[in-house]
Design a protein around this ligand. Structure first.
Ligand SMILES: [Zn+2]
Length: 252
């Protein structure tokens, strides 16, 4: 699916997932306004954890969140909403905010893995693939792993991202992304060690299920080296300051 026929100028987008409020309302239409200098300063404040910076910037720039009948505009509730959105939605919104604030084209300098030459490439952010959740209100599900055990899984939300970012040390990203989602294995809450001790087969199986049910936006793009013609893939680093501050040197 396309990045949606989003009306960039008005900044209205449909989330791949949703925010579910206390009454079970499913909100997925977001009106965004462009960032101002205030949000630029927040994003650049490296002393504040990235997840919190994103929470604040999204709260500030979301004008409303709607489910067709009810509209949320209260900033306090919007802050709760961005923390309870799926991580796919949050990434989608960061990219949408970049489009509304600076336009659809994103330029990047990448070094070719083959000839090692640096090239200049552009990506049209509106063409990124968006995968909508099949069931927008799904938050928990069960998976029977190849080993026979049953994992109770959750859709990863902004608040899980925040929790997991606190234990990021030498642990690899793949283990943490599972730890954020596996609530129980055969009725028991897993520890970091439990997740590390799972077989690769079981881990791959869980990841495949996650990809199947969690919606999001594809940030891996195809690139053809302008020097040697090699095709390779690169991941858009939306956490990099160049994503929002294209004219700056990343060392600042
Ligand atoms: Zn090359």
């Amino acid at each position: 699916m396309d990045f949606d026929d989003a009306k960039t100028t008005q900044g209205e987008f449909e989330l791949p997932g949703s925010y579910i409020d206390d009454e079970g309302g499913i909100f997925s239409v977001v009106k965004l306004k462009e960032m101002t200098g205030k949000e630029e300063d927040i994003l650049a404040a490296r002393t504040i954890p990235f997840v919190r910076r994103v929470n604040t910037v999204l709260r500030n720039c979301i004008e409303s969140l709607s489910n067709g009948t009810k509209e949320i505009t209260d900033k306090k509730e919007l802050l709760i909403a961005v923390q309870k959105m799926t991580i796919g939605d949050r990434l989608f919104l960061i990219i949408a905010l970049r489009r509304v604030s600076l336009g659809d084209m994103f330029s990047m300098e990448i070094i070719c893995p083959d000839c090692k030459k640096q090239g200049h490439y552009s990506v049209d952010l509106k063409d990124l693939d968006v995968k909508k959740m099949e069931k927008k209100d799904l938050r928990e599900y069960e998976v029977k792993m190849p080993c026979g055990k049953v994992a109770k899984m959750k859709i990863m939300l902004g608040e899980d991202e925040s929790r997991i970012s606190k234990i990021r040390n030498e642990n690899d990203f793949l283990t943490l992304s599972l730890l954020a989602r596996v609530i129980e294995i055969d009725g028991k809450q897993p520890s970091l060690t439990t997740i590390k001790d799972l077989s690769i087969r079981d881990r791959n199986y869980l990841r495949a299920k996650m990809d199947e049910v969690e919606g999001g936006i594809e940030t891996i793009v195809d690139v053809t080296c302008s020097s040697c013609g090699t095709d390779f893939k690169t991941d858009l680093d939306v956490g990099d300051r160049n994503f929002f501050f294209p004219s700056e040197i990343s060392e600042i």
